[in-house]
Every structure is written in C-alpha cells, then in structure tokens.
Design a protein around this ligand. Structure first.
Ligand SMILES: [Zn+2]
Length: 213
C-alpha cells in the first residue's frame, strides 16, 4: 500500500483536529452553497510565498492560481491549452471576483532563470526557458547595466509584475469590467526574508509599503 509522505499525513491530522474542527460549519456551507471568493491571486509556485498564508485567508476567500514566476500569458484565443487563462476566465466570468492581485516575491527562481538562462535546459522540453520567455525582453533590457545581481533580480521581479498586470488587460473581459469599475487590478511583491509586502502604486507603478495600522 502506498502512503502519502508522513509529514503530509501528520499535517492533515492536525488540520482535522484544529482548523477543520473549528471551521467545519464554514466548510459545510461552502460545500452546500458554493464558493464566492472576492479576490483572485496569481502567485508563484514557490513554496515560501503561499498567498493563503501571507493573507491569512480561510476557506473560500481566495481564488488562487500559481505558476512559475506568477506570469499572465497575454490573451491568445488560439485553441491551445492555457491553464492560467482558464482560471482567469472562471474567476472573472463565473465567480465575478472584484479584485485580481498579481503577487511576485523576492529570490524568485523563475525570474533568476530569465536573467541567467542556462545553456543546458533542465529537460529536453525546456519548459522553464520557454515559459520565462514571456519576460525575456525585460530581462535583456536589464543586462549590462550597473546593477548588482541582487538589484537586477529585484528589479525584474517588480517590472514583471507590472507586465503581468498589463497582460491581464489584454483579456477583453478583464478590460471591460475594469473600465466599468467592477474589477480592480493590483500588483504586490513579497519579501520572503522579512515578510514585507510591497504594493504597486497604480498611478506610478512604484512599489510601496502599505500602512499597516
Ligand atoms: Zn517565484
């Protein structure tokens, strides 16, 4: 018989005894009535930057899609398989979320790969290389200037978030709802080491610390 890793089983036991036990009514009503999250978050797969943890959210609160480096491929109704676009379509058209947050983070491996593309892909498919091609022009524009590697990494993480928010607007349903004032788009960047969250100013594109009190 195959078991899940022991750490997962132990965690699940804790969940049932703790969070599920405390919130079982909420889970049951979400099962009966369906979900109606107000916010979609597009985040990175990175295990250190989980949106539900960072935003302290409960079941049913956040509709989350995660992919390498929190990218939003531009609108492309070309018949291909678009996982992020499918999640976006469902969140906007069916769930009618009120906000979409693209959340990047410090020390992002995907962004690092875009800045330093390896000669040897990790597998013959070079899926990371092709995926991160979405930010290759920005990565190339940052090369050869006087930034240190760490500065360049943070710069591309934040520039990429601005790109992804712009790509959201390439989806007609997003653009229309934003123009009508029924949907807001946001960018945020999480610093893993100190827990700081920097939020993109919609006017300037700068990242700023929000007041927390
Ligand atoms: Zn990442």
């Amino acid at each position: 018989m195959t078991h899940l890793p022991e750490r997962l089983l132990a965690g699940y036991r804790n969940f049932m005894a703790g969070r599920y036990s405390a919130e079982s009514g909420r889970y049951r009503s979400l099962a009966k009535d369906g979900q109606s999250p107000q916010t979609m978050v597009i985040a990175c797969c990175d295990s250190r930057a989980a949106p539900e943890t960072i935003f302290d959210s409960g079941p049913g609160e956040l509709f989350v899609v995660r992919n390498v480096a929190n990218l939003v491929p531009p609108y492309a109704p070309d018949g291909q398989h678009h996982g992020t676009s499918a999640a976006l379509e469902f969140a906007v058209q069916s769930l009618k979320v009120k906000s979409i947050v693209v959340m990047g983070h410090g020390r992002c491996g995907g962004i690092g790969a875009a800045l330093n593309p390896s000669a040897e892909p990790l597998s013959p498919g070079d899926f990371i290389g092709k995926w991160m091609g979405l930010v290759a022009p920005a990565a190339e524009a940052l090369s050869g200037n006087q930034m240190t590697d760490a500065e360049r990494q943070t710069a591309l993480e934040r520039i990429s978030i601005r790109y992804q928010v712009a790509n959201l607007r390439s989806f007609p349903c997003v653009k229309i709802l934003e123009d009508k004032g029924r949907l807001t788009l946001h960018g945020a960047w999480f610093d893993i080491s100190n827990g700081e969250l920097w939020v993109m100013n919609p006017e300037t594109g700068d990242f700023e610390r929000p007041p927390l009190d």
